[in-house]
Write a protein that binds this ligand. Structure first.
Ligand code: PLP
Length: 364
């Protein structure tokens, strides 16, 4: 937290707006739109809720197919299941570890030949870096497939000078505690489409029809962000650029300290944009390095330092075992060899030195 969050949250207390709606929510939505260059934004209780609403309004229903990155957090896929639809899990490419556009084009054309147009696609922008969106947007526009960008991990990133999360039909962001800025829990849905966001707003507020009494003509959800938490979000938004700078500085430290070690590589920064380096992620070649990524993780754990393997691909998850998967070798390798290093913006130089020393000691 910076100094501003408490001030905005205090305003909610002082004005007694301790409700799921209020001036902080409106201001947070406006300020968020200004920051990312979106037309309309809807503050929600989570990024997962934002994906769910986008799928509902894309008309995703039982047995529809939705294309999703396989290398992601389960929250990208779960809402597809909430709708009774079928995720089609697609592998990554190597330049950014994100959705492989060539595979996307191939699978969409195959699905169309088979007479089954995918109902939506969810490209994920992983670990602070944009996917290669243009080819994906191109084919989806051609066939009218709504693109729902999962930018939960990529607030602050760029793609060819534009902002990932604002380039598809819908974009979602997360303010969960582990994200680059946080409201403790929260999310945002953005779009250029005013009617879509207005309808999402209604669904997120228990789908109340405009009437003096309580009247409902569709099923609603309780998905709004509270006015107190939106106050925290307003303060956090003001330090976003600072956070990106800090994250990139942490990455540079690791790269300077570890970059020369044989068998250690860093998540590449693709030429199409700037990554926030939300997390610093390495891959470990055990032959060259002399230890596996799991050896490193355990050595860090012994020193009470938490690190995590790269996301386990969704097609390897027991709960999604029955889903169709397209490719998979790239994400499987990244899961096997990839390790997310401690990347919190409050890490001190001293902390980083300790971490680096443990990793170096694992080398042959
Ligand atoms: C965190 C995250 C989400 C979900 O966000 P919540 O606000 O925690 O619901 C979705 N997708 C990805 C890729 C995430 O990392």
């Amino acid at each position: 937290m910076s100094d501003l969050e408490q001030q905005y949250a205090q305003e909610a207390f002082d004005s007694n707006w301790v409700a799921p709606l209020g001036p902080n929510v409106d201001a947070f939505e406006h300020e968020f739109c200004d920051r990312v260059g979106a037309k309309h934004a809807l503050a929600l209780s989570s990024g997962t809720a934002a994906i769910h609403l986008a799928l509902i309004l894309a008309g995703v229903e039982r047995d529809d197919e939705v294309l999703v990155s396989t290398l992601t957090f389960s929250a990208s896929v779960n809402p597809v299941i909430y709708q009774g639809a079928r995720p089609v899990l697609i592998d990554s490419e190597r330049a950014s570890w994100n959705l492989d556009p060539a595979l996307v084009v191939e699978i969409i054309e195959r699905k169309i030949r088979q007479g089954k147009l995918p109902k939506a696609i969810i490209p994920v922008h992983l670990y602070g870096q944009s996917a290669d969106l243009d080819p994906i947007l191109g084919i989806c526009q051609r066939y009218g497939i709504p693109v729902i960008e999962d930018a939960a991990e990529a607030l602050g990133a760029t793609y060819k000078g534009r902002i990932p999360g604002t380039l598809g039909w819908a974009g979602i962001f997360s303010f969960n505690g582990n994200k680059i800025i946080t409201t403790s829990g929260g999310g945002m849905l953005v779009s250029e489409d005013a009617d879509f966001v207005a309808h999402a707003r209604k669904l997120a507020t228990q789908a109340r029809d405009p009437a003096p009494h309580y009247q409902h003509s569709e099923i609603g959800y309780n998905y709004r962000l509270s006015n107190v938490l939106a106050g925290i979000g307003r303060g956090q938004l003001r330090v976003l650029d600072e956070r990106v700078t800090t994250k990139r500085r942490i990455f540079d430290y690791y790269r300077q300290a570890l970059g020369d070690l044989s068998g250690i590589r860093f998540m590449p920064e693709a030429p199409w944009g700037r990554s926030t380096r939300w997390l610093t992620v390495i891959t470990v070649d055990p032959e060259q390095f002399g230890a596996t990524r799991e050896d490193i993780r355990l050595a860090l754990e012994t020193e009470n330092i938490e690190s995590r393997p790269v996301w386990k691909p969704m097609h390897l998850q027991p709960v999604f075992a029955d889903c169709e998967v397209i490719g998979g070798a790239v994400s499987e390798r990244l899961f096997r060899d990839g390790l997310c290093l401690p990347s919190g913006s409050s890490l001190t130089e001293n902390d980083l030195e300790r971490i680096v020393d443990v990793i170096k000691a694992c080398a042959r």
